[in-house]
Design a protein around this ligand. Structure first.
Ligand code: SF4
Ligand code: SF4
Length: 154
């Protein structure tokens, strides 16, 4: 699966470079977060050991590594692919599961804090568009189950 989502040639270059370690906020502030180690293990066929590690969920997806990378590749690709693989195997932190369940139910990742908004003089939040989201989500599920496109399932 990782071969399908990652370019191993670029990852090889990445493993020899390591430059964006010094600009990655997670690398700077989270002890033990080091995509260079994950990339090395991906290349050595030992990526499984990271699947249940909380570190693969600590990438902020801030794109800084993508922006500065001379290959326009970035640590981020490796970490995203690892999270996708872990999710497919049903391995994810409890808060990710809760966030996903809430998103599917409400199309939001969290409930707006209405009293706090009022106190700060902020306007009522806009409607979330949950009805449209649910229709799209159902179509997507049907198309995955039936092998057709969302349009065909309509
Ligand atoms: S996208 Fe992830 S790996 Fe890249 S700099 Fe941001 S936190 Fe670090
Ligand atoms: S993502 Fe790009 S800049 Fe960062 S270590 Fe890999 S090759 Fe170097």
């Amino acid at each position: 699966m990782l071969e399908a989502t990652l370019n191993f040639k670029l990852l090889e270059m990445c493993s020899k470079c390591g430059a964006c370690f010094d600009i990655c906020p997670s690398c700077m502030h989270i002890p033990g977060y080091d995509p260079r180690e994950v990339i090395k293990d991906i290349l050595n066929g030992r990526h499984e050991r990271w699947l249940d590690s909380g570190h693969i969920w600590e990438c902020l997806e801030c794109h800084q590594c993508l922006e500065m990378c001379y290959q326009h590749y970035g640590f981020e690709n490796a970490m995203t692919s690892m999270r996708m693989l872990a999710s497919k195997k049903g391995i994810y932190p409890a808060q990710v599961k809760r966030g996903w369940e809430m998103f599917v139910k409400t199309s939001r990742l969290g409930e707006p804090a209405l009293p706090a908004r009022k106190k700060l003089g902020l306007p009522e939040p806009k409607a979330s568009g949950v009805d449209e989201f649910r229709k799209l989500y159902e179509l997507l599920k049907q198309s995955r189950e039936g092998g057709g496109s969302p349009t065909e399932a309509d």
